[in-house]
Write a protein that binds this ligand. Structure first.
Ligand SMILES: [Zn+2]
Length: 557
């Protein structure tokens, strides 16, 4: 890449690409022309055409300049004026965990009509047959329904799917069950709650009848998810395939993955060996301690951790997303109270992570937690500089300007996961007006910190990147409810979902923008992200998605 940078000084990008010695050796395999190529390079250059050879972009420029590179065997795609962006990167998704239930889940991501959701439930009940489960594990909330934003009731779900157990989990906030599901779980009028359910989480009416609602943050929803069917081992590959196809269809090509489940990772490794892995996975994993007696073991594991042993398809790149789980903020907690004892442990572990020279990506959501972690990191930084380790705070919906300044001074980065995309309505009920600045996107952008977008899907949030971009630009949930007041430009939002994220997962040399020398990961859109009315950004559908020069999604065929 150093050679490319030197040559770039000498002339325009177009000349550079055509003049590269490798480009002269052989014509490109593929030329995409007659488009609006939003390169997302440092100058946000817009071009007309891209040439690809093997898995790389070899030239970007005008139709005429790129056309000249074509040889007899060069395949050509006429973009017909369509907009092309780099492949979208989500810096934090629980992608591999998603595969363990994906084929069985009835997802509501992007569903903006309650009537449509009901039709989907009915259709799934029919295809499952009597007794088959109809469920989802998060990724939606009823406030996203534009036509009728209200929760589901037990009676209603009984009518829609009388012969099937139904469990619909709203983010991590609450679950709606019908009578069949309650029966399967042993939740009845005059019986004690099952032991693993959080006390008070099973909502009952005045006469003790369960209403079908299980409520109370992650801990309350967990026993429901634990009882729902998982994909059988022999079906895991098919479920994984359905998942990655859905991701490619959404325009997603790379992920920071919180917790890379070994069984799913094995399938991805197999596909990679067969040259058919259609996305890139950068694992965020580690050895968090869950209690004081686990600290020594954790420190030992941290000392032995080896990252960056993989490649641009699968690698381990970050320690995370927890350091000490008692300080892991629950999703809907209103305030945290990190104690000195807990923070002393957190600091010991963080010290070990810094000493081992590991990059860190740590869950930090609430104001007091962010302050407390920064106190510890400043202390750690005095012993072992973290400046070049790329330490990232993740989620940070309650961050403020002073905290961003502290992060910048430390040489830290921000992985922003706007839970409000689906949880904005719930957050306004809990936090009141403060929810309007969760996250404070304009403050983050104007702070100058390097930051990128993730969703924290597939349970805590929906996964569609153009829904996240729509939210960033309009402050609205799908369905149209305005939930945050600090919005940012389309350009800044797209940069945060592509080039900045490439940096956050250590792939800035090969991913994140459409430039010569980078891997050919790009998305052809059905409409122009930069000029359509902002309310339509969520409706953008990728027509074609390419990863490493291979077409992994094509809706035109
Ligand atoms: Zn988290």
């Amino acid at each position: 890449m150093a050679k490319g940078r030197l040559l770039a000084v000498a002339g325009s990008l177009f000349v550079l690409a055509a003049a590269m010695p490798r480009a002269q050796q052989a014509p490109p395999d593929l030329i995409l022309s007659n488009g609006k190529i939003v390169t997302v390079d440092e100058r946000f250059t817009i071009a007309q055409a891209v040439a690809v050879r093997g898995d790389r972009i070899v030239a970007v420029g005008s139709n005429a300049d790129i056309g000249k590179l074509a040889g007899a065997g060069t395949r050509r795609i006429d973009l017909g004026g369509r907009t092309v962006t780099p492949g979208l990167i989500d810096n934090h998704m629980h992608l591999l965990r998603g595969a363990t239930t994906w084929a069985k889940e009835l997802r509501f991501d992007g569903v903006e009509s309650r009537r449509q959701a009901i039709d989907l439930i009915r259709a799934r009940a029919k295809s499952e047959g009597p007794g088959g489960w109809v469920f989802n594990i998060g990724g939606w909330a009823h406030q996203q329904f534009a036509d009728d934003p209200k929760p589901f009731t037990r009676d209603e779900l009984d009518k829609i799917a009388p012969d099937n157990p139904v469990a619909l989990q709203e983010s991590y906030y609450q679950v709606f069950l019908n009578s069949r599901a309650l029966k399967e779980f042993g939740i009845e009028a005059n019986t004690p709650d099952p032991k693993d359910f959080v006390k008070g989480s099973i909502i009952r009416d005045a006469s003790g009848n369960p209403t079908g609602v299980i409520r109370g943050d992650i801990a309350a929803t967990r026993p429901v998810a634990a009882r729902l069917p998982k994909v059988a081992p022999e079906q895991l590959e098919a479920s994984s395939l359905q998942l990655v196809k859905d991701m490619n269809r959404a325009g997603l090509t790379s992920f920071g993955v919180a917790g890379c489940n070994a069984d799913v990772l094995e399938i991805f490794q197999k596909w990679k060996a067969q040259d058919r892995l259609p996305l890139r996975v950068f694992c965020i994993g580690g050895a968090a301690a869950g209690s004081p007696d686990q600290v020594e073991r954790s420190i030992q594991q941290i000392g032995q951790m080896k990252l960056f042993q993989g490649d641009s398809y699968i690698d381990n790149v970050l320690f995370g997303e927890s350091v000490y789980t008692p300080l892991h903020d629950p999703m809907f907690a209103l305030k945290s109270n990190p104690t000195p004892d807990q923070l002393a442990i957190w600091r010991r572990l963080a010290m070990a992570i810094a000493k081992a020279g590991l990059p860190l990506h740590v869950h930090a959501e609430l104001h007091d937690t962010i302050d407390a972690f920064l106190d510890q990191i400043e202390a750690v930084n005095k012993e072992y500089s973290i400046k070049n380790l790329r330490w990232e705070l993740a989620h940070i919906n309650q961050i403020n300007a002073a905290q961003l300044e502290r992060m910048k001074k430390l040489g830290m980065y921000a992985a922003v996961h706007p839970w409000a995309v689906i949880n904005g309505g719930i957050m306004h009920e809990g936090f009141g007006e403060a929810a309007s600045d969760m996250p404070p996107l304009a403050t983050i952008q104007s702070s100058g910190i390097v930051w990128g977008f993730g969703t924290d899907g597939t349970a805590a949030n929906q996964y569609l990147p153009f829904t996240t971009l729509y939210f960033a630009v309009t402050g609205k949930m799908p369905g149209g409810m305005k939930v945050i007041r600090q919005t940012i430009s389309r350009e800044d939002a797209l940069i945060a979902h592509t080039r900045k994220n490439a940096f956050l997962v250590f792939q800035e040399d090969v991913l994140g923008s459409i430039q010569p020398g980078k891997l050919a990961d790009l998305v052809v859109l059905d409409r122009d992200y930069l000029t359509i009315p902002a309310d339509q950004i969520k409706d953008i559908k990728p027509v074609m998605t390419m990863v490493g020069g291979r077409i992994v999604h094509d809706s035109t065929r």
